[in-house]
Design a protein around this ligand. Structure first.
Ligand code: NAD
Length: 263
């Protein structure tokens, strides 16, 4: 496998075990490929059995079907990783949803609010709770929780529960990173900017004005590719980031730093 500039990827994760949730699609799938290419045993968790299994097969890893909102299934995911490969070195807690009924606060019902909180925030609580005991025993581990740049910035095009859930992921990751730092466990919140995924492409193909409204805020003038986010995941997973902890790790093309962008 090559990196985004065509160079062979480095092998920073040989012998490590990485658990990835939301492994079947988008950022999770790109991360599965990258982590495997860097030498990790990858355990692919997804609620969707066909895409999750395909990801695992491609990476020579293991598929575990999991609904990340279910405590027992999440425990089984990390237990299976440990029992199969003997360690849990990396947890990329990434599964998340962004459903259309999560919108402006004026239009979003309580059920829609709760569902997004469960899948995006409670899931990260459950995954960290399950992963940390293994990492404490090893005296080492890297947890990467997928938040979003919207945890840092406000949008007039609101998805209120999504944004609040990602703010929660960010605050929880920071706290865990501080609490477990002296036990060799690092916890970071990964904050991607908008990523060029099939869902986003479809949405913006239908509505170019909507795409333009967002692109104008991105200094680099385009959305991220999933592989660019996966490269950051591999860095945070590896010992190259040994002093990076409790951060909101932005991979956003400069959005959060921008006032006026180039024409
Ligand atoms: N795509 C973006 O622009 C973007 C930007 C910032 C943050 N994020 C975040 O990145 C993460 C991944 O997003 P993506 O764009 O790759 O999404 P995606 O929809 O392509 O993939 C999400 C995966 O999660 C799985 N999943 C959904 N609910 C689940 C559940 N209850 N249990 C287990 N698996 C479940 C899906 O089956 C799917 O394979 C999410 O947390 C998302 O909020 C995405």
């Amino acid at each position: 496998m090559t990196d985004t500039s065509g160079q062979p990827v480095c092998r920073r994760l040989v012998g490590r075990t990485a658990v990835v949730t939301g492994a079947g699609s988008g950022i999770g799938l790109a991360a599965v490929r990258r982590l495997a290419a860097e030498g990790a045993h990858v355990v692919c968790g997804d609620v969707d059995a066909s895409s999750g299994k395909a990801a695992a097969d491609e990476a020579g890893g293991l598929f575990v079907q999991v609904d990340v909102t279910d405590p027992e299934q999440v425990e089984a995911l990390f237990r299976t990783a440990f029992e199969t490969y003997g360690s849990v070195d990396v947890a990329f807690n990434n599964a998340g949803i962004s459903p259309p009924d999560d919108d402006s606060i004026l239009d979003t019902g309580l059920e829609a609010w709760k569902r997004v909180q469960e899948v995006n925030l409670t899931s990260v609580f459950l995954c960290c709770k399950a992963a940390i005991p293994y990492m404490r025993r090893q005296g080492k581990g890297s947890i990467i929780n997928t938040a979003s740049f919207v945890a840092r910035m406000g949008a007039a095009t609101s998805q209120i529960s999504y944004t609040a859930s990602k703010g929660g992921v960010l605050a929880m990751s920071r706290e865990l990173g501080v609490q477990f730092a002296r036990e060799g466990i690092r916890v970071n919140a990964l904050c991607p900017g908008p990523v060029n995924t099939p869902l986003l492409r479809e949405l913006f193909a239908k509505d170019p004005e909507r795409a333009a409204r967002r692109l104008v805020h991105i200094p680099v003038g385009r959305f991220a590719e999933p592989e660019e986010i996966a490269a950051a995941v591999a860095f945070l997973a590896s010992d190259d980031s040994s002093f990076v902890n409790a951060t909101d790790f932005l991979v956003d093309g400069g959005i959060a730093g921008a006032y006026v962008t180039p024409l």
